[in-house]
Design a protein around this ligand. Structure first.
Ligand code: CA
Length: 220
């Protein structure tokens, strides 16, 4: 089960986050200042820390992040009220994974947490391509948008996986027919265009499925 530590002194914000995390089936713990946050952090394993910058007591969010980073590379997402804190948060000294500007929506936070957790997993060896909210999971042969699997017809999926395997390189319609339908399949290459149209519609604008005029298609 995904487990998240929230270090935030404003109870309304912490409660909102916990409600949204609950809905995702994530367990969360809450600490109201930096010292307590570090105590809780050391007491068990977390998949992610959501950290407010302005905290009461001796340790602000920056201090907490530095102490966490000294022992752990757990993903850290900052909550910040000010634009001008963002550069520092994401900089080398603190090395946060992401930040959210207050005020924020619960949905936004959930989407960002999911993105961070997916990134962490793909670093561990499974092969995935990420484009905005779209994830193409090559190992699992599936496509997710905002973490939810998109229902694709078998040929649509084969076509997309073929493009993903050669990302950045254009494939001709004939190559795509071979890849998705099997070599020697004799058919109308316009079938490819129809499937591409479906893919674009089902997956949405974050998918960089580009038309290469007079030739075929390229992903990315
Ligand atoms: Ca605060």
């Amino acid at each position: 089960m995904t487990s998240i530590l929230i270090v935030e002194d404003e109870p309304d914000i912490a409660d909102l986050l916990r409600i949204f995390f609950d809905e995702q089936g994530w367990a969360s713990s809450h600490a109201i200042d930096g010292k307590r946050g570090l105590d809780v952090f050391r007491s068990r394993d977390f998949d992610l820390v959501v950290l407010d910058i302005g905290l009461p007591g001796q340790k602000n969010g920056y201090d907490v992040c530095r102490e966490i980073r000294a022992h752990s590379d757990v993903p850290v997402m900052f909550l910040t009220a000010r634009d001008d804190e963002v550069d520092r948060v994401l900089g080398l000294e603190l090395g946060a994974d992401d930040y959210v500007l207050k005020p924020f929506s619960g949905r936004e936070v959930v989407a960002r947490v999911k993105a961070i957790l997916r990134r962490g997993r793909s670093d561990e060896g499974s092969r995935s391509l990420h484009y905005g909210e779209v994830e193409i999971d090559l190992g699992g042969k599936r496509v997710l948008v905002e973490g939810a699997e998109v229902e694709l017809a078998a040929k649509e999926l084969s076509l997309l996986l073929a493009l993903a395997e050669s990302k950045g390189v254009a494939l001709s319609r004939e190559q795509l027919l071979d890849a998705a339908w099997g070599e020697g399949w004799v058919g109308d290459t316009r079938t490819i265009d129809v499937h591409v149209r479906h893919l674009r519609k089902k997956i949405g604008d974050d998918l960089p499925l580009n038309t290469v005029r007079g030739f075929g298609y390229r992903l990315g």
